[in-house]
Write a protein that binds this ligand. Structure first.
Ligand code: ATP
Ligand code: MG
Length: 494
């Protein structure tokens, strides 16, 4: 018996194989087309970032940051120029300088440890001199202290980081960016929920928070969903206020929740203190009648937020966009302000959200950038594709156009030549690498799902006409080379 281990994809991750991958490519390609028609440009982002970027932007109290992030300590890279050898150790001044440099590093637990170690070393150096400093350096190396790094659970934080890093506020007009790629969250895998999943997102960042921006973003989203046949969807919208009105509402909510605390389950009880808005997210049946009686944010918006929300709805009507208001739509991440929205689709069971998004004015500033308005969304590709497939709307994409059934070594050069020409014309062609019996060859063409078999035998080579067999109904045509190309191309356009 072999003791070789059978490797499998890690739980919550999966391979996307052909022909499914063609559907994925088409889905992403269509997003590019639609988004670019709205003048969005693609931003390609790193897959991992400093942990604190996510912790600060998404919020420590959210499920994503508290439970779901893939975080690891990077290998240590000695970032500051402290001495590595006895020769380099000149005096304790050197240690003081290095300590000072360490202090300028971002405040993370690892850096704090470094600074503490350094202070300790400085004291010993004053007494013992160079050997103490060397001991300290060795200690640091042994700790192998790298920065804490996280596989991105979402990409808005990275987009904002990039906006700041590349000084995009200096560019004319709003920045309209989209991204496509994998995200990572350590959740319980189930239908429509994976640990590596894929999102397509779009963000608008800049100085304006005009409701027309929110409406255009939603229009673009729905145009895209329509184009890919994701039509059995519902758009929910809400406004969750801003820093002027939300804190009072949250306090009111907290007071009301405290009164009914005993009737709530553990998670909600905890959230009364940590993040009362999240109680509105609860799906627990027993809690529903209680939540329905809680004060609603729409009755507590400040004048500016109320006007913004009213104008947004006007803008949606102008564009003929159907929506439903849902006062409980608060979204899982902390950074949202004013507009929040979600799109659900059919055929997905309980994981039915295919897109979530909203406004996040203030996030860029929170990350150390200039005051900036922002709005965006993230589409879940895995679930969208599931819903398209379950709705029976998945288009037949690509597929094999022609299988070349060649027979006899004398016809092989012609087969190679014709295959090259058909491929250059953009057709998908399978050329069997070895000679096969005619029956077997046609059987394989059928199994591969080819639309046509092109039969090339010695007779065909001699007469320079080829037999094209439509596999669906067995219909056969004799065509000269020029006619063949023309015919297959016209078929492809149909
Ligand atoms: P959910 O409530 O379903 O957990 P979420 O609010 O955590 O969703 P967002 O952070 O808003 O999700 O992400 C936007 C979209 O990304 C979701 O609507 C969903 O389609 C998709 N998504 C989120 N998490 C996963 C996951 N673990 N697996 C597959 N798709 C996901
Ligand atoms: Mg989630």
């Amino acid at each position: 018996m072999s003791d070789r281990k059978q490797f499998r994809a890690i739980k919550g991750t999966r391979d996307i194989l052909p022909p499914d991958s063609a559907l994925w490519n088409w889905f992403e390609h269509t997003a590019r087309e639609v988004f670019e028609s709205y003048n969005f440009g693609e931003i390609r982002l790193p897959i991992f970032e400093e942990t604190t970027l996510f912790a600060r932007s998404i919020g420590e109290e959210t499920d994503v940051v508290a439970k779901e992030m893939y975080t690891f300590q990077d290998r240590g890279t000695i970032q500051v120029g402290y001495p590595q050898t006895v020769e380099e150790v000149i005096s304790s001044d050197e240690a003081v300088r290095a300590a000072w440099e360490l202090k300028r590093l971002p405040q993370t637990p690892e850096n704090e440890l470094r600074v503490n170690l350094m202070h300790h070393a400085c004291r010993s150096i004053a007494e013992e001199g160079a050997p103490a400093l060397l001991r300290f350096v060795a200690e640091l190396h042994a700790l192998d202290l790298g920065d804490s790094i996280t596989l991105r659970p979402e990409a808005t934080a990275s987009v904002c980081r990039a906006y700041i890093e590349h000084n995009m506020q200096a560019l004319p007009a709003n920045q309209k960016l989209y991204y496509i790629g994998p995200m990572f969250r350590r959740e319980r895998p189930q239908k429509g929920r994976y640990r590596q999943f894929y999102q397509i997102g779009a963000e608008v960042l800049g100085q304006s928070d005009a409701p027309a921006i929110d409406a255009e973003v939603l229009e673009m989203l729905l145009v895209f969903f329509n184009r890919v046949g994701l039509t059995r969807t519902t758009l929910y919208v809400n406004s969750i206020g801003d820093k002027n009105c939300r804190p009072q509402y949250v306090e009111l909510l907290r007071e009301e929740l405290r009164k009914v605390k005993d009737k709530l389950k553990e998670d909600s009880q905890r959230r009364i203190e940590t993040n009362p808005l999240r109680v509105l997210d609860s799906k627990i049946p027993d809690e529903q009648p209680i939540i329905e009686k809680l004060p609603r944010i729409s009755d507590h918006l400040c004048d500016d937020c109320r006007a913004h929300f009213a104008k947004l709805k006007e803008e949606l009507n102008l564009r003929g966009i159907e929506y439903r208001e849902n006062w409980r739509l608060v979204r899982g991440l902390d950074y949202y302000t004013r507009t929040t929205f979600e799109v659900t689709a059919e055929g997905l069971g309980s994981q039915n959200a295919v897109c979530g998004g909203g406004r996040y004015d203030g996030l860029v500033e929170l990350l150390g950038g200039p005051p900036t308005k922002g709005i965006g969304f993230a589409i879940g590709t895995d679930r969208s594709i599931l819903s398209i497939e379950e709705g029976g709307n998945a288009p037949r994409i690509g597929g094999l156009a022609a299988y070349i059934a060649w027979m006899g070594q004398a016809s092989y050069p012609t087969a190679v030549n014709i295959a090259g020409k058909l491929r250059a014309a953009g057709l998908s062609v399978e050329l069997p690498p070895e000679e096969m019996k005619f029956k077997k060859s046609l059987g394989l063409a059928d199994k591969l799902g080819a639309r046509y078999a092109l039969i090339i035998g010695e007779d065909e080579v001699a007469s320079r006409t080829f037999t094209l067999k439509r596999l669906a109904d067995g219909d056969q045509k004799k065509l000269a080379e020029g006619e063949l190309l023309e015919y297959l191309e016209s078929e492809r356009r149909r």
